[in-house]
Ligand binder design. Sequence first.
Ligand code: CTP
Length: 423
Amino acid sequence: MNDSSTGKSDNMPLRVVIGVGGGIAAFKAAHLVRYFTEKGHHVNVIPTSTALRFVGAATFEALSGNPVSTDVFDNVDEVQHVRLGQEADLIVIAPATADLMARLAQGRADDLLTASCLVATCPVVLAPAMHTEMWQHPATRDNVALLRSRGTVVLEPAHGRLTGKDTGPGRLPEPDHIGQLAEAVVADRDMYRQSLTARKVVISAGGTHEALDPVRYLGNASSGRQGFALADVAVQRGAQVTLIAGVTEDLPVPSGANVIRVASARDMQQAVTAAARDADVVIMAAAVADYRPANVAAAKLKKGGGDDLSSLALTENPDILAGLVEARRAGELASEMKIVGFAAETGDASHSPLDHGKAKLLRKGCDLLMCNEVGNGKVFGQRDSQGWLLHPAGDDVVVTDVPHSSKLRVAATMWDEIESLDE
Ligand code: CTP
């Protein structure tokens, strides 16, 4: 927790107000309601009157278990126009239309949703959805900047197919993704402050597959979640993000990130090295295979087919992280570029995971290393993480505890630390 903490931790039940603007994506708000109710949160839905032309009040009432109204003159005896906003721990508006953002930026209170936002002291998160031209219009840009300057979180819209034939930024992200991004703000409302604008960042994520024959490979259990979370936070903080994704679970693409898919360690090395040329920060969150089969069979290896399958010859893969540090030392990359690594460690008879992490930091020569203890269901494939952030101080290592929390919150802590390396 920090100064911007709301005093609510990651897993406490929250009073969530879901605002729904009048756009075609209003139907996705129904899934967002379900996301929060299934996590045990108390949900009130406040649609605008236009939103109710897309989705009926009955849908929101059934899913939230609470009555729905749009007007400040509904339920006047309960002073509803201020009560819902005052009591909320979190307000999420999805979709936030251009018109609704304009009204919020003006401080209008001409319906229940805008009135609720005006009395709210909790974090307010807007998930905009509109045609690309509307999103890019100077009026909308100004409104977004004004809202952000007042502490409202305006999420970046996803890129992709919009209503009709057009594609571009303006699409509503998937509801679960909005839910995760919004929930994280409750513990830190500055989590998506615009502190990385004009920064170019490169993040690798996921595992690699090292081919053995056309159908088999050597791989690992990395889900890619931590790398994607780092990309999510960087996008929301305003960075230009290239995400080099190895083999991952089916994760939502961080809005607006340039995603390059690779499979092997050598493909990843090529993609990272190319993207790193003009980057300000490179984070190697990928679990890169240290070795690959020395020979890749052109045809499927057959049991009893004359192939010796009882042993496997391996050859070492390039160390991408060490290569980046070396290239910077050699002046091939900007000297002010920050290079960040990960260390997924288990303890052994003589050393703790942290001992291994410290040794790895000094061996790899990067600026920051996130060290996790893994194994026994810890970290790999999980939604949560914890560990230590290590950075070098001469021959010594400074250790900062990263408490147990969602991978998004861990990503935010890492970005806070990376940004402080510049100071
Ligand atoms: N890494 C890399 N290229 C490799 C292996 C690892 O860039 N061929 C990066 C990872 O992305 C991570 C860091 O190096 O940021 C540490 O990875 P890890 O596998 O823990 O380190 P290794 O050097 O392989 O050491 P170990 O002997 O513990 O496996």
